[in-house]
Design a binder for this molecule. Structure first.
Ligand code: AR6
Length: 179
């Protein structure tokens, strides 16, 4: 599913983010940048050891929640990987929404600094970090839409949903936003 906002578009696809051909692949990392399971494990396995070498060397103190750091993309079909740290869901009253909004904004700003036209996000925080999928879809899609409406770049923001359920949730909310 694809929805245009001026010159830009938000595209939802169901699949594996490691198979995307885009300028930037976003990883859902932890604040120690220590690697892990889920999409983080998949990205490090597919990309190879260079990502961990670069985060160890350039970001030994990790990355605060709500922000991201950049590495090269190793064997992935992309120019860079952004290792983005989303919030752990703790019931919704611990600033989770603001932090999730912040992590998407941070990555989009970073994509401009790196002169990139296309970026693929996973559904940050919705796995191990337990952010409810409908709420995550609302926050992330609204943040991306606001950013694209204002800046008109990057031209493609793709969200890669691993499960049919996640794809369904995001599609329903994007459809409502596009009306
Ligand atoms: N492609 C796209 N999406 C995926 C893939 C994939 N290959 N694999 C999983 N997902 P998670 P989080 C989806 O747990 O919640 C890690 O251990 C998954 O279904 O990967 O932000 C890190 O090291 C879910 O919808 O990330 C951190 O410690 C979404 O990606 C912690 O988990 C995010 O799930 C971060 O937790």
């Amino acid at each position: 599913m694809k929805v245009e906002f001026g010159e830009c578009c938000i595209e939802l696809v169901q699949g594996d983010i490691t198979e995307q051909k885009v300028d930037i692949i976003v990883n859902a990392a932890n604040s120690n940048l220590a690697g892990g399971g889920g999409v983080d494990g998949a990205i490090h396995r597919a990309a190879g050891p260079v990502l961990m070498q670069e985060t160890n060397k350039n970001h030994p103190d990790g990355c605060p929640t709500g922000q991201a750091v950049v590495t090269s993309a190793g064997n992935l079909n992309a120019k860079h990987v952004f290792h983005a740290v989303g919030p752990i869901w703790r019931g919704g009253l611990q600033g989770e929404e603001q932090l999730l909004r912040s992590v998407y904004q941070y990555c989009l700003e970073l994509s401009l600094k790196h002169h990139c036209e296309s970026i693929a996000f996973p559904a940050i925080s919705t796995g191990v970090y337990s952010y409810p999928i409908d709420r995550a879809a609302t926050v992330s899609l609204n943040t991306i839409k606001e950013f694209l409406s204002e800046k008109q770049i990057p031209s493609l923001v793709r969200i890669v949903l691993f499960s049919g359920g996640a794809y369904g949730a995001y599609s329903r909310i994007l459809e409502e936003m596009a009306l």
